[in-house]
Design a protein. Structure first.
Length: 132
């Protein structure tokens, strides 16, 4: 089941079974609430439970905020959209080259410094391309 904004973009998704009752997906959530910026990019995603209220997924993440700057910054958030630290990570930043290819991904702690914890085997992951 989908709810769309005036521009036809999905803002709510709900997962239903064959009897049209709420059903979880593989992330153990029953749908998503989405917020978008003026260009249509997702700036917030909240997982929802069977009652349509924000709820954590199978790894304990309720949602995330996305900031589109030089790259993309993902920040875990609570049910009200406020930033939280999730498994030691405050933000994940992906940087892109001029063609839009990901070039580096960094896990950052609350101090904005690279952090490694049990949730991830790396703190900064550079990516190289063998083709232009």
């Amino acid at each position: 089941e989908f709810e769309r904004d005036a521009k036809g973009r999905d803002v709510k998704m709900r997962f239903l079974n064959a009897a049209c009752k709420p059903a979880p997906n593989v992330e153990i959530v029953y749908g998503y609430n989405l917020a978008r910026d003026d260009s249509g990019r997702i700036v917030q995603l909240l997982n929802v439970g069977a009652d349509g209220q924000p709820a954590p997924n199978r790894v304990g993440l309720t949602g995330f905020n996305q900031k589109w700057e030089k790259g993309v910054r993902f920040e875990a958030c609570d049910a009200k959209g406020q930033p939280v630290v999730w498994q030691g990570i405050s933000a994940i930043i992906t940087e892109f080259d001029s063609s839009g290819n990901p070039m580096r991904t960094s896990n950052l702690g609350i101090d904005e410094q690279p952090v490694r914890d049990a949730a991830s085997e790396w703190s900064v992951q550079p990516m190289k391309r063998n083709r232009p």
